[in-house]
Design a protein around this ligand. Structure first.
Ligand SMILES: Cc1cc2nc3c(=O)[nH]c(=O)nc-3n(C[C@H](O)[C@H](O)[C@H](O)COP(=O)(O)OP(=O)(O)OC[C@H]3O[C@@H](n4cnc5c(N)ncnc54)[C@H](O)[C@@H]3O)c2cc1C
Length: 602
């Protein structure tokens, strides 16, 4: 069926959760496929050897009920209300790990977790599941990190939009353990590209695109493609040259250039091509049209897999608020507005973590530290400080930041999509979320709430704008697109999210390696997890999975947490698994290599 086939658009990061064929899961540390259940291990390689798929052994919750190993969730602690440190004996017999931080047979376990986002709270929950309490230190006054739900005047909105979609079985079970029944809804997905007043299917479908462009422009696009075949761009090492060579300059300008440039903040001529090359592979316009007319076996099935996703009734933050409640009910402490400022080290271990709340410093004794704070900041907090070359690597990690301008508009001004990509070069916004389509419980009756997304650098002109000016900008832009009359906007809110995206430049891998190796050798019981915690483009599921494996390591396992491969799972365009080579599975990267940032900027 022609309409099912699509050609890939490589430039839509920020919402790239999609199944890739039938191969599943985060790359397991043991190299097995995360979805292959033949081994009966439940996909996630649980440390206690239980099958996380069965449900019965995971009906436990950390709120004091039975934990997977058959013990009581509060067992071993000397108080279920979080006042006392753990003196658990649980797990001691499993503490024979090679991990530098595993619980030794005589150790009490004082785990300090930095950050109450998905990774930090998952770690706390997984510890509670094993009857261990911990202290979570969160610098903000709200849990969920980037996956929070912001509430203003009764309106709720995400940072971007957070689909709950995973191939990691243990993560899926975790979500269903935290939220049950209609608290965790299955939602239909619809997202299109809005361009020059028209909606285009997303992922792009060549026939739909050419039809929407009209006969004259379609002929021009095909001619431009033919021209590019005869006169290929001389420099195809750039994103621009590479895509233009395969789709022609006109299609590049229409569908590849502007959104990519908005998201990453650089011209397509300065982005490296390998990211596009990995995703588009050997596709070009001719093959895309042929695929559309004669879809290959498997294409339809794969496409329908992304037609729905799970979503908490009151937004993603609900998952993390509930998780936090359960963790606290199990005796752990979650301290808000507690910014970690110092990791005190002695004899190659983090022995205490200092947090600052309203100017007051508190020291938390630690036998193990799990950190989801940005890796660069973590390393800078280590005391005594690392050598200059390590600090230089930390200083050379950068981020891309994010602003949501949420506008309340009449319901009639909404659209049926969960979100639309905005390719028009005349506006700065990159995407518009329609929060009521994510969950009707996010909005009030009679109105829609649209989240205009802007990709920025912290401290740049937009970031520094006053909220009122940003709301005015949002109104002007949505009016310019012809979507909503600015006069009809009833209210506007601004949410800034620093460090929304770890920044991949030519040196980031080397820098991350430097920090990781230094920490492994010098502070062996300090475990980076999560997205910014590992400076990886992890979505919630892989952020959580790194936390799960880390807890297992602390309990005695020896997983290589860094081998959890985020990227292979996150190609928005789908391909049957059997069409991907093993090399391709390993080499995917969810973001392009960007030009170096000026150090003085961040
Ligand atoms: C626009 C956008 C859209 C996204 N869409 C999706 C999606 O559809 N599906 C999906 O699964 N994922 C999505 N993600 C990714 C998802 O947001 C992250 O994977 C997830 O939030 C990472 O969890 P984390 O716990 O590792 O980090 P974070 O969410 O960053 O949490 C880290 C926590 O640590 C705290 N912290 C930082 N420094 C300190 C300190 N010094 N002391 C104490 N606390 C500190 C922070 O305040 C924060 O609460 C999206 C991300 C973005 C930016």
């Amino acid at each position: 069926m022609p309409s099912q086939a699509s050609f890939p658009t490589p430039n839509l990061p920020g919402a790239p959760v999609a199944p890739v064929g039938s191969r599943g899961g985060a790359a397991r540390p043991d190299g097995r496929d995360g979805t292959a259940e033949a081994d009966g291990a439940g996909g996630a390689g649980r440390p206690d050897g239980t099958d996380g798929t069965n449900g019965t052994d995971r009906t436990s919750s950390p709120d004091g009920t039975t934990s997977p190993d058959g013990t009581n969730g509060t067992n071993g602690t000397d108080g279920p209300n979080g006042t006392a440190r753990t003196t658990s004996t649980n797990g001691r017999d499993r503490a024979s790990s090679t991990s530098g931080t595993a619980l030794g047979s005589d150790d009490a376990l004082d785990v300090v977790i930095i950050g109450a986002g998905p990774a930090g709270l998952t770690a706390a929950y997984e510890l509670a599941r094993r009857g261990k309490t911990c202290t979570v230190l969160e610098s903000d006054d709200i849990v969920g990190g980037i996956s929070r739900t912001v509430e203003r005047d009764g309106w709720r909105f995400d940072v971007g939009g957070h689909r709950f979609f995973t191939k990691v079985k243990a993560v899926e079970e975790f979500w269903h353990e935290i939220l049950s029944g209609n608290e965790f809804m299955l939602r239909p997905r619809m997202s299109r590209i809005y361009y020059q007043g028209k909606y285009y299917d997303y992922p792009l479908k060549p026939l739909n695109a050419l039809r929407n462009l009209g006969p004259v422009e379609s002929v021009r696009c095909v001619a431009s493609y033919a021209w590019a075949r005869v006169h290929p761009p001389p420099d195809q090492s750039t994103f621009e040259g590479w895509v233009a060579a395969r789709f022609g300059w006109r299609l590049y300008e229409h569908f590849f250039k502007t959104y990519t440039e908005k998201v990453w903040g650089y011209p397509g001529s300065e982005l490296q091509a390998d990211w596009a090359a990995q995703r588009i592979k050997d596709l070009n316009l001719r093959k895309a049209i042929s695929n559309a007319l004669f879809p290959k076996k498997g294409q339809r099935e794969i496409t329908t897999l992304i037609d729905q996703f799970e979503y908490p009734r009151f937004g993603p933050g609900m998952m993390w608020e509930r998780c936090c409640e359960k963790v606290e009910a199990a005796g752990s402490k979650v301290l808000m507005k507690a910014r970690v400022s110092r990791i005190c080290c002695a004899d190659g271990r983090a022995v205490a973590v200092e947090s600052t709340t309203d100017g007051a410093v508190t020291e938390h004794r630690s036998s193990a530290v799990i950190s989801s704070m940005p890796l660069s900041e973590l390393v800078r907090a280590v005391d005594p400080p690392p050598p200059p070359e390590v600090l230089a690597a930390a200083d050379d990690l950068h981020y891309r930041d994010h602003i949501t301008i949420a506008l309340v508009v009449p319901e009639s001004a909404g659209f049926p999509d969960n979100w639309v990509y905005v390719h028009d070069p005349g506006v700065k916004m990159g995407r518009i979320q329609n929060f009521g389509r994510w969950s009707p419980y996010m909005v009030k009756d009679g109105s829609a709430c649209l989240g205009l997304e802007y990709f920025v650098f912290e401290g740049d002109e937009m970031w520094s704008c006053a909220d009122e000016d940003l709301v005015e900008l949002g109104k002007r832009e949505i009016g310019r697109l012809g979507l909503v009359d600015p006069e009809a906007v009833e209210a506007g809110y601004v949410v800034r999210m620093p460090k929304a995206y770890p920044y991949y430049d030519a040196d980031y891998k080397r820098n991350v390696e430097t920090l990781r190796k230094w920490l492994e050798v010098n502070v062996a019981n300090l475990h980076p997890v999560g997205r910014n915690g590992m400076h990886r483009y992890n979505n919630q599921d892989h952020s959580m999975y790194t936390a799960m494996l880390t807890v297992e390591n602390i309990m005695g396992a020896s997983h290589d947490v860094w081998s959890v491969n985020v990227e292979e799972e996150y190609h928005e365009q789908m391909k049957p698994a059997d069409s991907r080579s093993p090399a391709e599975e390993r080499s995917g990267r969810a973001a392009p290599v960007l030009p170096k940032r000026d150090r003085s900027v961040q």
